[in-house]
Design a binder for this molecule. Structure first.
Ligand code: MN
Length: 421
């Protein structure tokens, strides 16, 4: 039989709190380890087994090697679901603080936890417990919080709620906080607890393999590299040292980890981050398009204002460097739609080649001034050719020295072709 170590008054008070609560939250510390995760998940499942609604909240993403624990995928991670966690705290009646002794150990979750109207219960084995909780079960002489949770459940008369899944979680915490029972592990009670857990159906060899023999390919390679290349021994100080730079650590991460590092997020958050980045990029592109369009319109207005009046038509020509044919066409269409009397000749120079675009508004075409004819006349001045429809035509050329002459020839062309009506 186990010795009872938890004071009876605490157990009585805790029993009443559990009986009077339906929604229960369980919290554990930042960067949760085997004991934090094991004690939290074990207690959570035991409470569910007696008909409570219980959830585990952790400040940040738990490590991958502990995700085999029953219930691990139901854990709510504050850094990913801030508002949800805040709502959970607001609507809970009882909050457990497991494996930590003061609020700052749960980092950003502390504010929501302390603000919660719920009663608080601390079960922990660290020194100097804070005094905010309504019930404090603090036993620094115990090797793990998980074994304390096991004792608490038994003392509460909830032994039946310790199913094999619950025991698996609690055993994991007991094992990891003692280095597989290699330190802090001379209490004979520990082995009675283990015997009981094995009877309840845990497979302790399986748990050992999951925790200590689960390595990623890259983690093993990093270990090998650290031992072979970076292991320094200082015999005079009876000391050895391994140092790894971030670059070296990243070298053995797979592509996903490298991508996550580049995005400054954890690998598990990479999908969400990528989605955000895509949305951001799309919004930026839309903004750029809008700004471009606005600049376009004001430029087009300036052209129209500076156009010469030739036989009742608004005639102008211009040249630019590096404007794409597509953008020229857009500008041409815009001008033609804006003013039916427009006759415009545009040239863009790209890598020594000239692209011409001529557009003529409906009025100009009716007067016999056709874009196709403009290009057929103008492009050859620059040693090129081209053609097209009466309202829009394109051409090319290569003699840059003649470009000014070519553009200037537009006025004469219009003068000659336009019929007065
Ligand atoms: Mn612990």
């Amino acid at each position: 039989m186990l010795n009872r170590i938890i004071n009876a008054e605490s157990i009585l008070k805790l029993g009443d709190l559990i009986a009077g609560s339906r929604n229960i939250l369980i919290t554990c510390h930042l960067s949760p380890d085997g004991d934090a995760m094991g004690s939290s998940l074990g207690l959570c499942m035991a409470l569910k087994n007696i008909g409570k609604k219980a959830k585990v909240v952790v400040p940040d993403t738990p490590p991958k090697y502990l995700m085999f624990l029953p219930g691990a995928t139901d854990i709510v991670v504050y850094s990913r679901s801030q508002h949800y966690v805040e709502r959970l705290f607001a609507s809970s009646e009882l909050v457990f603080c497991l494996d930590y002794n003061e609020p700052k150990r749960i980092d950003l979750v502390a504010d929501a936890m302390l603000a919660s109207p719920a009663k608080k219960v601390m079960i922990d084995h660290h020194l100097n417990p804070a005094d905010f909780p309504d019930v404090v079960i603090s036993h620094p002489e115990e090797s793990s919080t998980s074994v304390l949770v096991y004792r608490t459940l038994l003392d509460l008369g909830l032994g039946d709620a310790i199913t094999a899944d619950v025991a698996e979680c609690l055993y994991t915490g007991m094992m990891t906080d003692t280095g597989n029972f290699s330190y802090n592990s001379n209490d004979p009670d520990l082995y009675e607890v283990i015997a009981d857990m094995v009877r309840r159906g845990i497979n302790k060899d399986f748990i050992y393999r999951k925790v200590y023999f689960s390595n990623s390919y890259n983690r093993l390679r990093l270990n090998g590299y650290a031992l072979v290349e970076k292991f320094e021994v200082f015999p005079e100080h009876k000391a050895a040292l391994i140092t790894l730079t971030r670059e070296e650590m990243n070298r053995f991460q797979d592509m996903l980890f490298q991508a996550a590092a580049a995005m400054k997020v954890k690998p598990v958050d990479i999908k969400e981050k990528a989605g955000q980045m895509m949305t951001e990029a799309r919004e930026l592109r839309q903004t750029i398009e809008k700004l471009k369009a606005r600049e376009f319109v004001s430029e087009a207005d300036q052209f129209l204002m500076s156009a010469k009046q030739v036989k009742g038509l608004k005639v102008f020509s211009m040249s630019r460097n590096g404007v794409s044919a597509d953008d020229m066409r857009k500008m041409g269409d815009f001008l033609r739609d804006k003013d039916q009397s427009v006759v415009a000749l545009m040239a863009s120079v790209n890598e020594g080649k000239i692209t011409f675009l001529a557009v003529c508004g409906k009025e100009a075409v009716d007067k016999g001034v056709k874009a196709g004819d403009i290009i057929k006349t103008i492009a050859p001045i620059c040693g090129g050719k081209g053609g097209g429809k009466p309202d829009s035509a394109m051409g090319g050329g290569s003699d840059l020295l003649k470009l000014d002459d070519a553009l200037a020839a537009l006025d004469d062309f219009v003068n000659e072709k336009a019929k007065e009506q």
